[in-house]
Design a protein around this ligand. Sequence first.
Ligand SMILES: [Fe+2]
Ligand SMILES: [Fe+2]
Length: 333
Amino acid sequence: MAIENYKAINWNRVSDMIDKATWEKLTEQFWLDTRIPVSNDMDDWRELDDDHRWVVGHVFGGLTLLDTLQSEAGLTALKEDVKTQHETAVLNNIQFMESVHAKSYSTIFSTLNTPDEIEEIFHWSDTEEYLQNKAIKIENLYLDPNEDPLKKKIANVFLETFLFYSGFYTPLYYLGHNKLNNVAEIIKLILRDESVHGTYIGYKFQVGMKQLSTKRQQEIKDWMYDFLYELYDNEEKYTQLLYNQVGWTDDVLTFIRYNANKALMNLGQDPLFPDTDEDVNPVVMNGISTTTSNHDFFSQVGNGYRLGAVEAMADSDYHVASPNDGKNADDKE
Ligand SMILES: [Fe+2]
Ligand SMILES: [Fe+2]
């Protein structure tokens, strides 16, 4: 039984301004899959051969599984270790958006694939060994009540900023070739979200780390790099399975090592792999550069935190000029 009074969340007293800035960023970039006209990609889709179609379908099957995991156990686990009520509110937003992400792949499937193909893709996602390996490894961490909450944050950032990218490679590749643009539009919106999620959860991890002894910090760090190696090892096999048939495996592996470094950066750690943006296939890099400028957002927030100037709404804000508009007597400055 609770012995303390229940507290109403007060957005006029925010102790961590990153919570408020992230809430504003995420609500500002809210979107829904149903607004994107995926059927406009049918001509591009018909031009693909069976092997490439297989890759697109199964890549999205894998991403559906990972976004489902985030929308269920992933964010539920993070909500058990919040420092502020505003953090819970932000995590609620993230959790719902993970459900939007997971659903958006079904919107793509229902347009591009036949009912039998969709059945096969979901059967594959629910049973494929290397995909299930990573999902279950991370789910076990999330669900273990005795596991360190900081390790759950590490797993979360690895998923957000590293493990999604073997899948994102395909739509970004097509985007770079000006193909499947509406599918890519959905993926760009997902990427934009994941970029904020990974940065925010990484930031909360770093706040938690600062409270620990140097010895404990080192233990967590060692665990983190071991876990990354373990996941990368599995990711290599997953990537081969998906991409060997179209010959993209090496390029995809470069891309995921580059993103593994980004995940470490979100967690405040040094990179592990030598790969930089210059090693990534420029076509894919081109696709990604149109999507995410969120690192600028966070560096601005982190650096003393500046919000845009806010002023109260006036009547004139509701006045929309039209060509026939003369001077309006009610209009006052
Ligand atoms: Fe997601
Ligand atoms: Fe996410």
